[in-house]
Design a protein around this ligand. Sequence first.
Ligand SMILES: [Zn+2]
Length: 192
Amino acid sequence: MSYLTDDGKVKCAVCGKAFGNISPSHLKLHDMTVEDYKMKFPGAEFIGEKAAARRRLTVSKAEIFPETKQLKTKAEKEDDKVNQTDDEKIKYPAKRRIFKFLRDYFPNIKDNYEIQKKTLLGQIEFCIMSDLADPVRKIDFEFPDAFWHNPGFYYHNAVRIDRLTEAGWKVIKISGVDPDKDDLLKAIKGLY
Ligand SMILES: [Zn+2]
């Protein structure tokens, strides 16, 4: 037996009132759960035709306009970018691991930090990119052998170290293609 009405609603099998759909809160009035209702009136509809049609329309809209969904993910992606922590922005997992390790000892550590020195007049005297740097403690961590190190970015090593040292920075060189915990601890010994 169908409880659907001609005007697109569905009748409650208990009280005969017509609704858009049979809700759990309505069944409560009859002291019934959805399960009780299904048991007592097998095959009784829960959704009126109008509601069912509306639901079908929503589904087909999503199928017809999948780009709506994509646009949302794009926006969500932008949000994610903003919410990304510093380590999540680091492209190379090997570097990310080192960053996270060093951050326990140097909480202000920054990835690809631009070390600038300005003259008294505020003109930039030099601008040196660092692999990882603690700008608060003025420590520059260099990984010259690491595979993720971009040599094009850096001054000739000796010049670079001179300039940074003159500006009050400490330059820590960490060797190895993929330095491990021991290499890192050895390099920062005496600094923490
Ligand atoms: Zn009812």
